[in-house]
Write a protein that binds this ligand. Structure first.
Ligand SMILES: [Fe+2]
Ligand SMILES: [Fe+2]
Length: 136
């Protein structure tokens, strides 16, 4: 299991391990997408990293939705809606990279998308964790 940076831990080991893997994919995408994607090799690397990120995002969200449903987390509908929204954002970014190739717009957007993904752990995921752990 991947080890989570303690500052991103929500206190549920299985989700922390998934978040650690997810964060690594976010970081890999950010590293691949930094700067201007002027050559095809770099565009392909960024696209590949984003495809991996989107794929694991779906896996993680599905797993998390099962967990919060099993614990009857009251805000499950809102949490699922947030997941769909984040998946759509990542998917849109992927489409932009695929279509525009060397356009710099995705690069400006990528930081915002990755910030939202990280923010989701710290705000939304932390809420269901407090509920599951009986702290709310
Ligand atoms: Fe999560
Ligand atoms: Fe979540």
């Amino acid at each position: 299991m991947a080890i989570i940076d303690p500052k991103y831990s929500i206190g549920i080991p299985e989700m922390d391990a998934q978040h650690a893997r997810w964060i690594r994919l976010i970081e890999e995408f950010k590293a691949a997408a930094t700067g201007h994607l002027l050559d095809q090799a770099r565009v392909s690397a960024a696209q590949h990293a984003l495809e991996q990120l989107l794929e694991y995002t779906r896996v993680h969200f599905a797993s998390e939705e099962q967990l919060i449903a099993a614990h009857r987390f009251p805000d499950i509908a809102a949490h699922k809606a947030k997941h769909r929204e984040l998946e759509a954002q990542v998917g849109k970014l992927l489409d932009e990279i695929r279509v525009h190739k060397t356009n710099t717009t995705p690069l400006k957007l990528n930081l915002f998308v990755t910030i939202w993904l990280m923010d989701h752990i710290m705000s939304d995921d932390a809420k269901y964790a407090r509920f599951i752990l009986g702290k709310e």
